[in-house]
Design a protein around this ligand. Structure first.
Ligand SMILES: NC(=O)c1ccc[n+]([C@@H]2O[C@H](COP(=O)([O-])OP(=O)(O)OC[C@H]3O[C@@H](n4cnc5c(N)ncnc54)[C@H](O)[C@@H]3O)[C@@H](O)[C@H]2O)c1
Length: 416
C-alpha cells in the first residue's frame, strides 16, 4: 500500500511511522520546510516517536517532502493538519482548505482521502469534498472519502495507535470499507460508523466529555477550598466506587491543541441549528477561569507568609500543558505567568521538557538554583522527573495545583 500523510505534527508523524513500520510505502507531506529537513535528518519532533525509531524508516520507507506532487501516486492520503481557532475564537479551517487544495491538484481516480483533524460535524462533506471535487473527480464514485478521528494522547505508552480502537465513517459504504482496509494495516480494532458526521461528532463528544468533567471537578475544588475540605481526599474516596464514577482531577486549567479548542468547533456549528450548547460553554468558562483561581491561591499563600505578590520571586514548576511532554500550546502556565507579572511578581520556571519559552522571554532554570532563589515554588505541571519531596524540603513555600504532594504534610505546603 502506498500511503501519503499530510501534516507531520503530533498526529501525522506517529501515523506515518506506524504505516511505515507496517510495511507501507509512505510519503509525508508538510508545508513547513524546517519540519521536513529535521525529519530527513532523522530528528523527531514528538516524544511519541523517538529518533531511534524514526531513523531506520527515513528513506525508502518514509519520505518526508514539501512537494505535494508526490501524493499523486498514493493509494490513500490521510490529512492531519491543525484545526485551531481564529482570533475571534471561531473554527480556523484554513489549513484543511489549503491541504485539500494541494491534494485536489494531484488527485487521481481510485484514491482514498481520509481526514483525521478534529473538527465539527459536516466538515468532510461540506468543506473538504467540494475542494477535492475541483479536480473534476466525483467523491464516492471516482475517489473515496472518509473521516477517522485521531485518538492520540501524547506521552502515553499503554494506549497506542495499534491498540486504540479507531472510528471510521465513510461518505459511502465503499468509502468506509476502503478506509477500514487502510487502518486495518495498523489498528487492531476498527469501529465503523454510518457517516463522516457521526465520526466527527464522536471525536467531539470524547473531548467535550473530558472538558465538562474537568470543569465539574475544578468547580468542586474551588468550593472545597472555601469549605476547608481536601478535594484530593474527596476524589480518592469517590474513586473507590467500582461503578458509575470516573475519576477526573482538578488542575490549573486545560491546555493543548484539543480540549481548550474543540468545544468551540461544536458551539460554532450548533449556532447554525439555532442550538445553544450550554454545557460546553459553561465548562469552557470554568476551565478558562482556573488560572485566575491559581493566582489567587499563590497570593493567599504569600500573604500568609507576610509577603506581597509584588516583588516576590515565583518559580513555576512545569510549564507544558501536561506531564511528560514539552507541548506549550494553550498551556495554563503561560496565563498564570502573565497574571503574576501583571501583579508585579518576578517569574522564573523549571521544566525538563521545555528549554525556553519565547512568549515569556524565559529559559528554564536548573531546579536547585530555582528552589534556592524563589519565594514560592508552584507545581503547575507535575513532570515525573522532578522529586517533589525535595521541592517541599528546599523551597520556602510550595503551592501544588496537581495534588502530586498529597500524602505529604509540611507547614510550607499549600495544595489546590
Ligand atoms: N496533538 C494531539 O494530541 C491531537 C490528538 C487528537 C487529535 N488532534 C487533531 O489532529 C490535528 C493535527 O494536530 P497536531 O497536534 O498534529 O498539529 P501539529 O501542529 O503538531 O502538526 C500539524 C502539521 O501540519 C503542517 N501543515 C499545516 N498545513 C499544511 C498543509 N496545507 N499541508 C501540509 N502540511 C501542513 C504543519 O506544518 C505541522 O507540521 C488537529 O486537528 C488536532 O485537533 C491532535
Amino acid at each position: 500500500m502506498k500511503v501519503g500523510v499530510v501534516g507531520l505534527g503530533y498526529v501525522g508523524l506517529p501515523l506515518a511511522v506506524a504505516f511505515a513500520e507496517a510495511g507501507a510505502d509512505v510519503v509525508g507531506l508538510d508545508v513547513n520546510p524546517r519540519v521536513v529537513e529535521r525529519l530527513r535528518a532523522g530528528r523527531s519532533s514528538t516524544e511519541d516517536v523517538p529518533d531511534e525509531r524514526l531513523r531506520p524508516l527515513i528513506g525508502p520507507r518514509l519520505r518526508p517532502t514539501t512537494d505535494h506532487a508526490e501524493l499523486a501516486n498514493r493509494d490513500a492520503v490521510v490529512i492531519c493538519v491543525p484545526t485551531p481557532l481564529t482570533g475571534g475564537r471561531e473554527p480556523d479551517l484554513s489549513y484543511v482548505d489549503s491541504a485539500a487544495r494541494l491534494l485536489s491538484a494531484v488527485l487521481r481516480r481510485g484514491q482514498l482521502v481520509v481526514l483525521e483533524s478534529t473538527t465539527y460535524p459536516g466538515t468532510t462533506r461540506e468543506r473538504l469534498l467540494p475542494i477535492l471535487e475541483e479536480s473534476g473527480l466525483t467523491a464516492g464514485r471516482d475517489f473515496h472519502l472518509a473521516y477517522s478521528p485521531e485518538r492520540i494522547d501524547p506521552g502515553r505508552t499503554d494506549h497506542t495507535i495499534a491498540n486504540t480502537p479507531k472510528v471510521v465513517g465513510g461518505l459511502t459504504d465503499a468509502c468506509r470499507e476502503r478506509a477500514m482496509e487502510l487502518y486495518g494495516l495498523i489498528c487492531e480494532r476498527l469501529v465503523p460508523v454510518s457517516s463522516p458526521e457521526a465520526a466527527e461528532l464522536a471525536k467531539l463528544l470524547e473531548n467535550i466529555f473530558r472538558s465538562v468533567n474537568i470543569a465539574l471537578v475544578n468547580e468542586l475544588a474551588m468550593l472545597a477550598d472555601r469549605m476547608g475540605i481536601d478535594i484530593w481526599e474527596v476524589i480518592d474516596a469517590a474513586a473507590t466506587k467500582p461503578f458509575g464514577f470516573m475519576r477526573f482531577e482538578p488542575g490549573p486549567g486545560m491546555g493543548g491543541h484539543c480540549l481548550p479548542v474543540d468545544p468551540f468547533y461544536l458551539s460554532y456549528k450548533a449556532r447554525e441549528y439555532d442550538f445553544p450548547t450550554e454545557f460546553v460553554e459553561l465548562a469552557g468558562k470554568i476551565n478558562q477561569a482556573q488560572p485566575h483561581f491559581c493566582v489567587q491561591l499563590i497570593a493567599r499563600a504569600l500573604n500568609d507568609a507576610e509577603r506581597s505578590v509584588k516583588g516576590s520571586r515565583v518559580l513555576l514548576l512545569g510549564v507544558s500543558y501536561k506531564a511528560g511532554v514539552g507541548d506549550l500550546r494553550e498551556s495554563p502556565a503561560l496565563k498564570i505567568a502573565r497574571l503574576l507579572r501583571d501583579l508585579g511578581a518576578e517569574v522564573a520556571y523549571h521544566d525538563p521538557h521545555v528549554p525556553s519559552v519565547s512568549e515569556l522571554g524565559l529559559e528554564s532554570v536548573p531546579l536547585e538554583q530555582g528552589l534556592a532563589s524563589c519565594d514560592v515554588a508552584c507545581v503547575v505541571t507535575a513532570h515525573p522527573e522532578v522529586d517533589y519531596e525535595r521541592v517541599v524540603a528546599a523551597a520556602p513555600l510550595v503551592v501544588d495545583f496537581r495534588g502530586i504532594t498529597r500524602g505529604m504534610k509540611a507547614p510550607n505546603l499549600v495544595r489546590l
